[in-house]
Design a protein around this ligand. Structure first.
Ligand code: G3P
Length: 496
């Protein structure tokens, strides 16, 4: 159970502690932040409301700890990461319980998130050992005008202190996807978890604590964004920010200054369906891609662009599948669970009402109880409706009927977002040409958008983000290149 057994030391009364200098601590603010259970809409957990002074301390120790960590052998860093991965998997049940209570993630998916995170950490440890174990050796005579008088040795070195800010929808997985590459590369790490999801993240951090990482190398501060949000992202001690979330990321990027940024800020992933597509496959992918975790995924299918000729048939197939989805509490492992906050539910409702006023066809009756919204397919959506462009982050999916491939590509590319997209067709040549034309970081052919497997590159274009993620790209992003050049007094050519 959360906060018990090995996790007893991370809680004081009913308030979870924050993690600094290798210890679990109470904030001097004496204040806490409530975490509302999306299902009951009542306070379920509380976390410390950390102060700016506490953030300063965390940054100070992170800087010192990083210097020593950078001198720790790579195999040793990997060994500790493997330990943390094993502990995370061992304690998957209490961590998954937090995900159920804080973010209403269906019970089985919550366990999958924790296990996937353990696998991600282990893979990162192995990838890091190989990737960072190699550098480059360059010789000067390949550039015009030079003899072989210079040997250049390059290696990848850490950036320093990495600030990781994951989102509510994967508070464990999208935290470790930042923590593990940062650590294997020799950085220290400060985590600011989302409020909703903070307790799961604190349990995850405790697994790193139990694994025996040096004091101060990893810290986790909780609290109100209004108090410590900007203070963290603009802190002079931060050398890299890895952020996943909404358009707050755009604001952070404007304020961050000379700091490398890795950002994923959502998407409006289009699903283009051609006339020759396998419609059963498409319907299955639309339901999985659009409605898993109630549509609260950056990579969810967020608009279907289907050729008019097959639209009726596709809509019928999707509706038949939607009718079978279970709707209810995450504890019962329902397919559709309450969305994360009341304001989120209100926002989704606003998009639905706008579509209603403008004449969209409701394939199901709109139903809502508290934060729980029943799955809804909106047909005959037109570009003047907000839902054609905005990201609902809920179980509501618009269908736009198109008369040409160009129309579909045009709608996809007119979006501010450019995370992923997908195309369904049996014609691989057409699929590749459509993929090339879609201005998104990834295009899936004959499958719904998805970030995983976690070693695949993951990137958004336009407002969807900066830089590329995925294990290898994240390790590279969290390092910089250092060169040492050996200058010889006279040219020397290596002989066989
Ligand atoms: O930010 C990425 C996340 O929302 C989607 O991840 O694994 O569900 O494709 P995934």
């Amino acid at each position: 159970m959360a906060g018990t057994g090995v996790f007893e030391e991370i809680i004081d009364g009913d308030v979870y502690k924050y993690y600094s200098e290798g210890e679990w601590r109470k904030s001097s603010s004496g204040k806490s932040v409530a975490i509302i259970n999306p299902t009951t809409r009542k306070t379920h957990y509380k976390v410390q409301a950390c102060t700016q002074v506490e953030v300063n301390k965390v940054m100070e120790v992170a800087k010192t700890a990083q210097k020593a960590w950078a001198k720790t052998p790579l195999w040793k860093r990997a060994e500790l990461l493997h330990k943390a991965a094993a502990l995370l998997k061992e304690h998957r049940e209490p961590i998954a319980e937090c995900l159920v209570k804080e973010i209403a993630k269906p019970a089985k998916d919550a366990v999958i998130e924790v296990v996937r995170s353990g696998d991600l950490i282990s893979y990162t440890a192995e990838e890091g050992v190989r990737l960072l174990g190699e550098g480059k050796f360059l010789v000067s005579d390949s550039f015009p005008g030079n003899e072989r008088t210079k040997y250049c040795l390059t290696s990848k070195i850490p950036l320093g202190v990495v600030l990781a800010i994951p989102p509510f929808n994967y508070p464990v997985n999208l935290a470790v996807s930042k923590i593990a590459p940062a650590l294997i590369a020799g950085n220290s790490l400060v985590l600011k978890p989302p409020t909703q999801g903070a307790v799961a993240a604190l349990h995850m951090v405790h697994c790193f604590h139990l694994a025996g990482f040096p004091k101060g190398l990893i810290s986790c501060v909780t609290g109100k964004g209004s108090e410590i949000g900007d203070f963290l992202t603009m802190h002079p001690g931060v050398n890299c920010i890895s952020f996943t979330g909404g358009d707050t990321g755009i604001a952070i990027s404007k304020k961050a200054g000379m700091v490398p940024l890795q950002m994923e800020l959502g998407g409006k992933d289009a699903c283009i369906v051609l006339e020759d597509a396998d419609l059963d496959l498409v319907a299955a992918n639309i339901v999985k891609g659009g409605f898993s975790y109630s549509g609260q995924r950056c990579t969810a299918v967020k608009v279907v662009l289907v050729m008019e000729l097959v639209a009726d048939s596709l809509v019928e197939k999707v509706n038949a599948k939607l009718a079978k989805l279970t709707v209810g509490p995450p504890e019962d492992d329902c397919d559709i669970t309450p969305v994360v906050t009341e304001s989120s539910a209100n926002f989704i409702e606003g998009l639905v009402m706008d579509a209603k006023e403008k004449g969209a066809t409701f394939c199901q009756e709109y139903q809502r109880e508290g934060n729980l919204i029943w799955p809804l397919l909106l047909d005959h959506v037109r570009p003047d409706m907000r839902i054609a462009w905005e990201e609902p982050f809920g179980p509501v999916l618009p269908v736009i009927r198109i008369n040409s491939i160009e129309e579909g590509i045009h709608h996809c590319n007119a979006s501010n977002f450019g995370l992923q997209g997908c195309v369904f067709t049996r014609d691989i040549v057409k699929a590749i040409m459509i993929s090339d034309a879609m201005e998104t970081g990834t295009v899936q052919i004959n499958s719904a958008p998805a970030r995983g497997p976690d070693h695949f590159p993951f990137q958004g274009l336009k407002d969807s983000g900066i830089g590329s993620q995925g294990i290898t790209n994240s390790i590279n992003m969290m390092t910089k290149v250092k060169s040492t050049v050996i200058n010889l007094p006279s040219p020397s050519y290596t002989m066989g």
